[in-house]
Design a binder for this molecule. Structure first.
Ligand code: C2E
Ligand code: MG
Ligand code: MG
Length: 835
């Protein structure tokens, strides 16, 4: 019945209640058994349910807690943050985890729970409250806080130290660094942390750092004081001197490295600079100095160190002595006194030269430099310095000085030195109201000797002449060589002009004595010009110039004499200058012509030939005699082109005359000494013969004795070559030189021209008459054609005919005439002889 149904109903309800209770019991059991706190609050935050762990956490009983709002066990700030979290969970429905919830226990102490919160919904799904778990992390948080604080403190300390601190992991990635480290590299901590240390190093530096770290890793032994080159953010390289040690975790496992770095860039740079400067100094002293020395405050040598092996022992003997007690001389004005004053004034000095003779007589020079030394209190303590042996340099310098002021061939002073001496002489002559003289000497015909005998013979001659000049002079007089064959003499302290004349005569006779060159006696003369101070020039330049002018005058006066300078001479020398200037342009201006002087057979009266004689007509100077301009042409070398022109013109003329129908006659052309030494002479003659079509046997070249006698080998070779071409040869002006016919017989000569000076006086001078007779006779025996020059009178002609002279040339028959006039002469003459 109902009761049964009622029982069933009750039973079912009971068992449901029982099941619920059992389930609740089970959950409660579980909740009670877990160590974490469990809570449930309604939407207002009032505790609805909690476990005993929650109660323990807050120090309240369950009864006290149920119905209590969470705000009552929280500070307002925490409550606000908890509210915010709950609110978020409420809005989103998403649970929150791991939030810290600081609560105030019943006893007033603080407890921190790390908790979670979930939304609780009723059966209808409406939000009804929150539940969650809380774990007591008070202790942990406290430890964490302590750790943070200690870390901050630690970091604070790290940041206050000036050295850079770093920690890297095993890969070398930076995990920690202090601000000094950041400053050192110029990066912020954020830029550095996590970066590999290689980023701040050159590859080579990184390799060496790696090696160090690796060693520390392997051995566990920290490394100290290793240099670590790094590149800053601004690309500058810096050097850190650092240490590194292994960082281990709690288990002792290596996890990285840490260490200190000190910026030593500047120090290293300075050390490097110091090393370099030290090396430089060492190199310098080694290179330039033999000795390092020190002196005490009394200037006594206290230390002598040789920097070079084998540096003599001379300087060792200086120890204990003062410089002026060492037997050294000192160079420079004032000598030792000046130097001692300088030392007393504690001044530094450079390259002071001291010298003495060594025991073996060799000179010994040192160059000394030093600076004063002051002690810490500033008191003078002495000197320290270096000295260097400069003997060789000194000798070289003296040699250079000598070379610069002396002529290397003769050892005589040169122009530079002479000018200097003359200037000095003038200065002192001025001061003491005295005279001095300059003699300008030029050797006559030196060029010819030099060219024909060779330079060696020329040099030998100059040396010999130098010696003779020196011997002929007083010690106070100076002879110098200006170059070539030019010498100058300075006579100082002259009382009278005649004294200068005496010296000039002495010099002339000194040259006259024959000089043996290559086994042959050579005759040389000189021409001397004299200029006196003060009347002929007030300074060195004008004295020299005027002596030179006077010398040229002496040359013009026939050489082998001396001349004093005068205003007249000056005018003449100016004329000579004008001649020379114009002569240089004469060829291109076509100012030269040839005149032809006939040569006539004495026996039959036939014209056998002509001599071509050069004429110069200058627009400015008028006609100039060859006697005046030929020597200048020789001196200047212009005779070579002029001579070629003469030869060509003469040959062309000869060929032209024959074309005109005149009978073939000889054409004589004069050769100068200078042409005779020209290497191309033979070649030129051959070419001209070839080009003009002149028959070689009609050409006769006139040379003088001197040209043959000076260098017979050369002359013989040359004359033979000319002869081989078929050209005839004549000796011109015979009798004026030093030669004899005996000497001439070895040469391939065809004609002998007796000099005009013999012919001139044959009528009056018995000696000339005899000589001329002898020349004609001997010429005949040598089978030469003998020609008499300068025949002006019938008397002379008669004499010559009587003595069987072959031909004659002279005004008596014909003066030298232009080519056209010669044709007239020749034509008239031909008709005459035919008739
Ligand atoms: P030289 O070769 O002995 O020539 C003869 C010189 O005597 C010529 O003088 C001539 O005019 C001159 N003369 C001829 N007959 C008489 C006379 O009866 N009485 C006098 N008082 N003089 C007479 P010029 O032409 O003045 O030549 C002088 C010297 O110049 C020549 O002497 C010769 O050595 C040289 N010379 C002339 N032309 C040349 C040339 O083309 N080349 C070379 N190298 N020298 C030349
Ligand atoms: Mg002649
Ligand atoms: Mg002559």
């Amino acid at each position: 019945m109902n009761s049964r149904a009622g029982d069933n109903e009750r039973n079912e309800r009971d068992s449901a209640i029982e099941a619920l209770r059992a389930s609740e019991e089970k959950y409660r059991g579980i909740l009670e058994s877990i160590e974490d706190a469990y809570y449930e609050v309604d939407l207002k935050g009032n505790v609805v349910r909690c476990n005993s762990a929650f109660c323990r956490m807050l120090g309240y009983s369950v009864e006290e807690l149920i119905g209590l709002n969470n705000r009552s066990f929280q500070t307002p700030e925490v409550a606000a943050s908890v509210y915010a979290t709950f609110n978020e969970v409420f809005r989103t429905g998403t649970p929150a985890h791991s939030f810290d919830w600081a609560m105030i226990r019943k006893d007033g102490s603080t407890v921190v729970g790390e908790g979670s919160v979930h939304l609780v919904r009723d059966l209808q799904g409406e939000a009804a409250g929150f539940r969650g778990m809380l774990r007591d992390v008070t202790q942990r948080r406290r430890t964490e806080q302590a750790l943070r604080e200690s870390e901050a403190k630690y970091r604070g300390i790290l940041d206050t130290i000036e050295d850079a601190y770093y920690e890297v992991d095993l890969h070398g990635n930076i995990v920690l660094c202090n601000s000094a480290f950041c400053r050192m590299l110029g990066y912020s901590a954020e830029e550095l942390i996590g970066q590999n240390n290689r980023r701040f190093q050159q590859p080579e530096a990184a390799a060496s750092v790696f090696a160090t770290f690796n060693q520390v890793y392997r051995t566990g032994v920290p490394a100290h004081s290793f240099d670590w080159q790094m590149i800053r953010k601004d690309r500058r390289t810096i050097t850190g001197e650092g240490s590194v040690q292994l960082v281990r975790d709690l288990d002792g496992k290596a996890v990285g490295f840490r260490g200190i770095l000190r910026d030593v860039t500047e120090r290293r740079n300075m050390e490097q600079a110091l090393r370099e400067s030290e090396a430089r100094f060492r190199a310098l002293t080694n290179l330039s100095s033999d000795w390092y020395w020190e002196q005490d405050s009394e200037f006594r040598y206290t230390r002598m160190e040789s920097r070079r092996a084998g540096a003599g022992s001379i300087q060792n003997s200086f120890l204990g002595k003062r410089p002026w007690e060492t037997e050294l001389e000192i160079e420079g004005f004032g000598g030792w006194q000046t130097h001692r004053d300088l030392l007393a004034a504690h001044q530094s000095f450079r390259d002071i030269i001291m010298h003495r003779l060594l025991a073996d007589g060799r000179p010994y020079y040192i160059s000394v430099s030093a600076e004063p030394v002051f002690d810490a209190s500033g008191a003078f303590a002495g000197y320290r310095g270096v000295s260097r042996e400069i003997t060789e340099q000194k000798i070289a310098e003296e040699r250079i000085q000598h070379l610069a002021t002396h002529d290397s061939l003769t050892g005589l002073p040169n122009r530079v030195m002479f000018s200097h001496l003359v200037a000095n002489a003038i200065a002192s002559a001025q001061r003491y109201q005295r005279n001095c003289a300059v003699l300008f000497i030029d050797l006559d015909r030196f060029k010819f000797i030099n060219d024909s005998l060779g330079h060696e013979a020329g040099d030998q001659l100059l040396k010999e002449i130098s010696k003779r000049f020196k011997k002929a002079l007083r010690a106070s007089d100076v002879v110098a060589r200006l170059g070539g064959d030019e010498f100058v003499v300075l006579i100082q302290d002259l009382q009278q002009e005649t004294q200068a004349a005496t010296v000039a005569r002495k010099l002339l006779s000194a040259t006259l004595k024959p000089i043996t060159l290559g086994g042959r006696d050579c005759h040389i003369t000189a021409s001397i010009g004299v200029a006196m101070y003060p009347q002929d020039g007030g300074d060195e330049q004008s004295l020299m110039k005027n002596a030179d002018i006077a010398m040229y005058y002496a040359k013009d006066e026939g050489k082998n004499n001396y001349q004093f300078y005068s205003k007249d001479i000056r005018a003449q020398s100016l004329e000579r200058l004008a001649l020379e200037t114009n002569l240089r342009q004469a060829l291109e201006r076509e100012e030269f012509t040839l005149h032809y002087q006939a040569k006539r057979e004495l026996e039959k009266g036939r014209i056998t030939g002509v001599e071509a004689l050069l004429r110069w007509d200058n627009a400015e100077l008028g006609p100039v005699s060859p006697a005046r301009f030929i020597p200048i042409a020789e001196d200047t070398g212009l005779i070579i082109p002029i001579g070629k022109w003469v030869l060509r013109t003469a040959c062309e003329q000869n060929v032209a005359w024959q074309r005109m129908g005149l009978p073939p006659i000889h054409m004589a052309v004069n050769l100068s000494a200078r042409q005779f030494t020209d290497e191309r002479l033979v070649q030129d003659i051959a070419a001209i013969l070839q080009e003009t079509g002149m028959a070689p046997n009609l050409l006769e070249l006139e040379i003088t004795e001197g040209m043959v006698i000076q260098n017979p080998e050369h002359a013989l070779r040359l004359l033979r070559e000319i002869k081989e071409m078929g050209v005839r040869l004549a000796i011109d002006d015979f009798g004026t030189g030093y030669s004899s016919l005996g000497q001439l017989k070895n040469f391939p000569i065809d004609t002998l021209k007796v000099d005009r000076s013999f012919i001139r006086d044959i009528a009056t001078n018995a000696e000339d008459k005899a000589l001329t007779e002898a020349i004609i006779a001997m010429g005949k025996t040598l089978q030469l054609t003998v020609v008499a020059e300068g025949v002006e009178t019938q008397e002379q002609e008669n004499f010559l005919r009587e003595h069987a002279c072959d031909e004659m040339q002279g005004y008596l028959f014909s003066k030298p005439v232009p080519a056209g006039e010669f044709v007239t002469l020749m034509t008239a003459h031909l008709q005459l002889t035919i008739l």
